[in-house]
Structures are given as C-alpha cells and as structure tokens.
Design a protein. Structure first.
Length: 503
C-alpha cells in the first residue's frame, strides 16, 4: 500500500512541467549564489564593520562554548566601549553568533588544511550567501502558494537579481538583517501554508513552524518589532473583513504564543516585550479574534460586531495612551517611529544623521527595486482584488516593507524579496490577461451580439516594454553584488591626516 502510494507520488512529480520548474529553480538559485559570491574574488573578508563584531561574538562561542554568550557582560568585555565595557548579553541579539557557531561545527570537518580562524572566517563569509539562496527558494514557494509555479519562478528570479534583495546577502555581510529577513520569509510561508491547509493536524504543524520562525526573527534581529506588527495587523484585518473563524483563531494564537515564548527567552527583549507596542499589538490581536469569535457564535451581525470591537478598541487605545504618558508602557523605538512617520525625524536627530537612515529619492528606489518597480502597484492591486487570506498577508508585508524602505535606506533588503514576490504576482496576472486576449476567438456555434477583444498591438507593445525593462535592469542587479569588502576598498584610503579627537 505504502509502496504503491510512494510510486504514484513520485510519478506525479516526474512530469515534464515539474522537471522544467525544478530545473529553472535550481538555475535561479545558482544565479543568486554566483551574484552574491562575487566579492570573494578580492579574498575572504567580511564586509562593512558590524560583521566583525559578529565574527568576534561567534569566536567567543567556539572558544568557550555555547554558554559563553551569557557571560559577555561589561565586566568581561572591555575591548568595546573601553574602559566601561559593553554588556553584550542585554544589548545584542544572539541569533547570528549561534548560527555561525552551529555552521562552524557542521562545516569545519570539510574545510581541510585551514586554521580555526580561517575556517571561521570562511564560514562567516559564505553564510550570508546561503541565506540569500534560501530567500530565493522561499520566494519561489510563497509565489507558488499565492498563485502558481510561474509566479514562484518569477519571484525567485527577481529575488536573485534585485539589488535590494542582494543587499545584506553578499559574501561577507555577516550581520543581522539578512538572516532576520530570511526567518521572516519562512514565517510568512508557513502562515500561508496554514491558511490554505484543510487538515487540522497539518494546520497545527504549520502554525508551530510559523511561530518558531517568527520568534527566530527576534532571536536574530531588532526588526522583530516590525514583523510582530505585521502579524498583529493581519489578525485584526481578518476581524475587520469578517474572515475570522474558529480554526483561524486557534492556529493564529498557537503561532503567536510560540513566537512570544521565544522572544521572552532573548535577554535583550525579555518580559519588557509586554510593555512595548509589538507585544501589546499581538496580545490585542488575539483578544480581538477570540472576542469576535464569541460574538459570531452568539449570532451577532458583522456590523454590530465591528461596532462593539471599535468601541472596545477605543477604550483600550485611550488606556494605552495614558499608560504611555505615565511611563508604564513604552511606545515604538524612535527609529521605528521616524520611519513610520517621517515628519518626526527632526525629533530624532541622532537617528536622522546616519546616512543609511535617510529617506530615498525615486531614482534610488527604482535602482533597488528594478525590474519589479513598475509591476509592484499591479501586484498590490490584484492581491486586494483577489480576495484571500494569504494574499492579504503578503499585501500587508509588502506594502509596509516598501514604505519602510522609502523612509530608510537600510531597509532595502527587507523590501527586496517582498517586492519581488509582489512584482511577480503582478507580472503573472498581466501575462494571464494578455494571453487570454491574444488567443480569444469568437464562438463558432453560438450567435453573439457583441464580441469584445482587445487590440493585440498594445498588448505586444506592453510585453516588449516589460522585456526591455527587465533586460536593461537585470545587469544592474548583477553588478550590485560586485563590491569590494570595505576593509580593502580604495574608498577607505585616507588622503590626509585626521587631527580631530573626541575628548
């Protein structure tokens, strides 16, 4: 019985179409790796400055064991912020060092002839590329889940070549953002799988996985505040649109509880999570879902449910505002507030003074999001029109990440894969419409008074224009990966003597 089932399953996978899609995906992943590995032609160096701190943290775990992280207090760490030292445990996220630690022991047996430091440096240089390859695969899977395999292939290809998606996953960029985005995409994938699954047991499995990866975002990167707000907004949107049901409420709650449990274990976050906006938002979303579900079971109409929920939300919002003014709970960090509300930048001068926090011009946005730039609005529009929970989730993540990127340059990598998925969705919808119109023929047997067919010339013109844009912009992405590591870059050469000194 089992043999027959496996044979049938294997044969169903080994058809020409599936083999073609698999070959295209493998080729796309290899393209992504090739683009991101370009910096190693200059040698195995880390890129920028933060990766060197992550390298040092990883080496501490390798030299002293995995428990070393919790000993990195100001008393033991004097090589940063001397003479006061730095309490790494409570000021940094442990995700990247532990990823490097695990990868070191998995890969070091295969790195013959290298010293411990050379092995670790090699692993730290290559790990961001692996994260980028995983992002390409997950982008394919998300595209496939929200529409079809064509969308998945387009999403994977755009993720492979978009400059914004390449950012933070080039060889040597061993830092938090790239790994955090990878975990967030995995969480979105399993949320989508949970929403589409019909079997309750598999729904629970996907909910657990979605929660684990959402928690790993906070274990790795401070952007967990954004990802938590996205998931909270999605839960509240389901209430507003009347798409809530018992299965969704239970599985959503499971995923959020798992994520919160992991976040509580991170020393930098801890119990204060429940006094910050992300924690409050997630708890609020769960309460709203359960209250809405209770009202549904009592037969309350949708309009009345919304009225009741809005009234309760108003009271809770007023209470939260009072608690914020009293200093009992916190608002979002100043960095995040200035991204969400750009007119507040004048109040956060230190944040605004950093170049990577600057708001972007349209040409810079186009550079980072091409060739998906013109397709993103179409994809967003169709995600709203094609009413489904999974598309609403991707819509919220995509539009907020792109908005955040427009407000702060360093969020380019967060927007990249989501922009690619959205652009791929828009491209597939366009092609479906175009192909339908091009092959449309009037019915032969039935008499029709009016037969409408779009002129094929404009359709072909749009297709040619899209091909031209993609052809012109893809090489830009390929060149985006060809950057020399900062430590050996000619840009670092000083042409004069710096006499400035901070007392």
């Amino acid at each position: 019985m089992l043999t027959a089932y496996l044979k049938k399953k294997i044969l169903s996978l080994l058809n020409v179409r599936n083999i073609a899609y698999a070959a295209l995906l493998v080729a796309t992943v290899m393209l992504a790796a090739t683009i991101r590995l370009q910096p190693i032609k200059y040698g195995f160096y880390l890129y920028e400055y933060d990766p060197y701190f992550m390298y040092w943290s990883t080496k501490q775990l390798i030299d002293y064991g995995p428990g070393r992280w919790f000993e990195l207090t100001a008393e033991n760490v004097k090589n940063f912020w001397y003479p006061w030292g730095r309490n790494v445990v409570t000021t940094e996220y442990p995700g990247v060092p532990y990823i490097g630690y695990i990868a070191y022991y998995l890969a070091s047996p295969f790195l013959w002839g290298l010293s411990e430091e050379e092995k670790l440096m090699t692993i730290c240089v290559v790990l961001p590329v692996i994260a980028g390859m995983i992002e390409v695969i997950v982008a394919y899977l998300i595209g496939k889940e929200i529409k079809d395999s064509k969308t998945g292939i387009f999403a994977a290809f755009m993720t492979a070549v978009l400059p914004s998606a390449i950012d933070r996953t080039i060889a040597g960029f061993y830092t938090k953002l790239g790994f955090g985005v990878m975990f967030f995409l995995c969480s979105l994938l399993f949320y989508i799988k949970m929403l589409k699954e019909t079997k309750s047991r598999m729904k629970l499995v996907y909910s657990l996985l979605a929660g684990i990866f959402l928690g790993l975002v906070g274990f790795t990167w401070g952007g967990y505040t954004y990802t938590a707000l996205v998931i909270a907004a999605f839960g509240l949107l389901m209430v507003i649109l009347g798409l809530n049901n018992e299965s969704f409420t239970v599985n959503y709650t499971v995923s959020v509880v798992i994520a919160l449990s992991i976040l509580l274990l991170v020393p930098k976050i801890g119990l204060r999570l429940f006094t910050t906006a992300p924690g409050v938002a997630l708890i609020t979303a769960i309460l709203a879902l359960f209250l809405d579900l209770a009202l549904i079971k009592t037969g309350v109409s949708r309009l009345r449910r919304l009225t009741i929920l809005v009234g309760i939300a108003s009271v809770l919002g007023l209470t939260y505002s009072i608690l914020v003014m009293q200093g009992i709970v916190g608002v979002l960090p100043g960095r995040m507030l200035s991204i969400m509300l750009p007119w507040l930048r004048s109040k956060y001068v230190l944040f605004a003074s950093v170049a990577e926090h600057a708001a972007l011009s349209w040409d810079f946005i186009f550079y980072h999001l091409s060739p998906a730039f013109f397709l993103i609005p179409i994809g967003l529009l169709y995600m709203v029109l094609d009413r489904s929970k999974e598309r609403y989730l991707v819509f919220i993540a995509a539009i907020t990440s792109i908005y955040g990127f427009a407000s702060a340059a360093y969020l380019a990598h967060l927007a990249g894969p989501l922009a690619a998925i959205t652009g791929a969705y828009g491209l597939t919808k366009l092609l479906d419409v175009f192909i339908t119109e091009l092959i449309k023929k009037p019915p032969r047997k039935k008499k029709v008074k009016i037969f409408v067919k779009i002129d094929p010339v404009p359709i072909m013109a749009v297709i040619v224009l899209l091909l031209m844009v993609i052809t012109i912009t893809v090489p830009v992405g390929i060149r985006a990966g060809d950057v020399a590591p900062t430590i050996i870059s000619p840009q670092m050469i000083s042409r004069g003597k710096n006499t400035a000194w901070i007392q």
